[in-house]
Design a protein around this ligand. Sequence first.
Ligand SMILES: [Zn+2]
Length: 278
Amino acid sequence: MPELPEVETTMRGMSPLVGSIVTEVIIRHPTLRWPIPSELLQCLPHATLRTLTRRAKYILAEFSDAHDQFLGTLILHLGMSGRICLLEKNEPAAKHDHFEIHFAGGQLFRLRDPRRFGAVLWVDAKDRVGNHPLIKSLGPEPLQQSFTGDYLYQQMRTRTAPIKTTIMDGHLVVGVGNIYASESLFRARINPKTAANKVSRAKCERLVEEIKATLAAAIEAGGSSLRDFFGADGNPGYFQQTYFVYGRTGEACRVCSSPIKQIKQGQRSTFYCPECQR
Ligand SMILES: [Zn+2]
């Protein structure tokens, strides 16, 4: 599943299109997680892509009309298996290519999504994208300064669920997916089963640092593999990284050599070292 670093890299990869004018919109398969709004076929041609930003795992693309007036915001989500490729115009579409926007200058971006849990939504100028139900209740961005150890510590005072499931709650902080939750808990030496309200202030400080460091390293790795990620070869291209614990069940801990354990928490697999993370 694309996590925050893949989404950030996707957004950065699309950035050459900012300032370009839309020539055509193609909807091949409108039924993603929600239907792709057909009004895009009318309202986007001749519009200009003004900005690209990311909020949690949503890519927000703002468009203006031919008179330079704000037109609306396209919300893109990669779902479970989605991928956005930046391509040249003559690249033929394949089976799972559901949506694309062509730009003057001959480039296009194309959403490929075999499992179709992704989303393409439109918020027009009458509404603010920040008020959209998918965006409105999101917690802070993990890489922003407002996400601090003190914030995490205060938020966890009233929570008794395990720390692992707590830091994956998007109301608390966005974008800490399963891989990065396991990895940052290892790096902070916190047992994933610890109740959130039993984690000390010092450990919260450490955990926030490790979440930021883990995500930043993944984004950096993504930047260096951008070419592969945007290739038209159909491979998912998600970043191959060296993990401390994620996916390493039974293998030796890189720090203490104990076997890495795997448990289920909230239907997701958690990986940890029982020696290092007491
Ligand atoms: Zn260990």
